[in-house]
Design a protein. Sequence first.
Length: 95
Amino acid sequence: MELVDIKNKLIEFEKTMGEIKEALKIDEKRDMLIQLEQKTTENNFWEEAIKNGEVLKKINDLKIELTPFEKANHTYLNIKATYELLKEEFDEGLM
């Protein structure tokens, strides 16, 4: 497989990841997770643990939902970085 093929696959994968991100509303879920986690830092949050159990459950549920996407995105970014390094080495080899 040549660098141009890898680049094309990366472009295709990035588009697919964008579509998945939109379909699963990843940004909205990340924002909700941040808001809920901030609630846990409020002064009386832990004093009312029973009442706030639903918040903790929602935090856990969001983390479970986001984890597969985050792992796939992390892998994509690592592959993209590796491609960039290979491309630099290849370009330097031509000089």
